[in-house]
Design a protein around this ligand. Structure first.
Ligand code: NAG
Ligand code: NAG
Length: 414
């Protein structure tokens, strides 16, 4: 009897151990353990999550949970992570393939040749342009550049102030998708005199290089511009509002205005597109930075930033990098409600609200995530002389309510 009981106990114990071992080895394969495991073994080259669209959705969900931003920033993530519309953002590159070690190793390689220049861009009139519009674009996004040229990015006087434009380009990553890209750039340069091309690969993580190279170009070739607007090609910009705002500012004083994000924390979730390991950024909070959709700076700030950014170590998220440069020169960026760099989404609490209403955009400066047709239409609606906005007050109220729920795409708010 005693022997049999003992035998049973041993048997049960054995089964429990076997079960535990099985469970443990199963757990070992999930990403939850990944961080602990990585110190023992090499992490897998690329988590399998990033290969299928369904997995990407999972990634988005995970990111949203981890990063706390809601609908609005999801728009941005979606745009950035999935090719859901014709915009070829540099970031269509599988983010998980980002090699931090390689990035750290080649970080000192930060000077690339200017292959296409517009040396006379800012010499058209002796005083230089009042506003230089600089737009990040990919060579492949020809249609986007065209629509910007025809609408808000027009060169010439706006409210009597001279506006000039440049597009900032790098070498396309996938050359087979547009084999004649060099001819295209040359032709655009001849026709419009508005493209700058540098000799680095135009990828999401190289946008920081674009920032640095643009600032040093501006310092060398456009130091007489009073103000600079820098933004994305998929934004709608109300240049009239921007000029009105800038007319009250002094270009020889510091000015940096945009959709400023304060106290964002680095995302430590490996799966996230904006994942930053502690080895790359050890602090718990990013300096204040402007959403990359669009921001304004004065001539004086441009020169200081150009110098400061040359001294700050490269960081793969360009918006945050610029925030680091601002911190270096001890300049506080200014938040302006007119900059909607996370786009506008219809608040679920007010489904009746008509967001595609020109009166909605009349008081804004920058709206991010717009389709080509939306940019064209909005610009034309806004420039219709018969446009009258009587319900302005109501619209404004909704915006104040909305902006309180601030979104953070690249870090998350405490
Ligand atoms: C490059 O673009 C071509 C044509 O659009 C596509 O078939 C190919 O898969 C792309 N290559 C890469 C590496 O993305
Ligand atoms: C940035 O551009 C350089 C030069 O073309 C290239 O070697 C490097 O791989 C690019 N880096 C990233 C992160 O895409």
């Amino acid at each position: 009897m005693r022997v049999q009981l003992k035998g049973d106990a041993i048997c049960t114990l054995f089964l429990v151990i076997a079960l535990c071992t099985m469970l443990y080895s199963q757990l070992g394969h999930t990403t939850i353990r990944e961080e602990k495991r990585s110190s023992q073994r090499k992490p897998p080259a690329a988590p399998r999550m990033f290969h299928a669209p369904i997995a990407l959705q999972e990634q988005l969900n995970a990111e949203v949970t981890a990063a706390k931003p809601r609908i609005n920033s999801e728009v941005k993530h979606a745009r950035v992570g999935i090719q859901e519309d014709p915009v070829t953002t540099p970031s269509t590159v599988t983010p998980s393939a980002f090699d931090f070690k390689h990035y750290l190793r080649s970080k000192d390689n930060r000077k690339f040749e200017l292959l296409v220049n517009q040396p006379k861009k800012c010499r058209r009139n002796p005083d230089g342009p009042f506003l230089l519009i600089a737009i990040k674009s990919l060579v492949e996004d020809f249609d986007r550049r065209e629509i910007v040229r025809k609408t808000w990015g027009r060169e010439g006087p706006v409210n009597g102030m001279q506006v000039q434009r440049v597009f900032l380009l790098g070498i396309p990553k996938n050359k087979t998708s547009l084999p004649m890209w060099e001819t295209l750039v040359r032709q655009e340069s001849q026709m419009y005199r508005d493209v700058l091309l540098w000799g680095f690969l135009d990828t999401f993580f190289n946008l920081t290089l674009k920032e640095i190279h643009f600032l040093s170009w501006a310092e060398e070739f456009c130091s007489n511009a009073k103000f600079i607007f820098k933004g994305d090609v998929d934004v709608f910009v109300n240049v009239e509002n921007i000029v009105n705002f800038l007319e009250k500012q002094d270009p020889s004083e510091d000015l940096f205005v945009g959709d400023i994000i304060y106290n964002a924390h680095p995302i430590r979730v490996r799966k996230s597109k904006y994942y930053i390991p502690e080895s790359m950024y050890g602090l718990d909070v990013y300096p204040a930075y402007a959403g990359g959709g669009g921001f304004l700076l004065s001539s004086s700030t441009m020169k200081k930033l150009s110098k400061a950014c040359g001294e700050v170590e490269l960081f793969p998220i360009d918006d945050v990098f610029l925030g680091m440069c601002l911190q270096r020169i001890n300049l506080k960026p200014i938040l302006h409600e007119g900059f909607k760099t996370f786009g506008i989404t219809k608040p679920s609490a007010a489904p009746h609200l008509q967001t595609f209403d020109p009166c909605f955009y009349k008081d804004l400066m920058v709206v991010h995530s717009m389709k080509v047709a939306e940019i064209w239409l909005m610009w034309n609606l806004l420039h219709n002389p018969r446009l009258s906005c009587t319900q302005k007050k109501q619209v404004k109220k909704v915006f104040q309510w909305k902006t309180r729920a601030k979104r953070h795409a690249k870090g998350y708010a405490a």
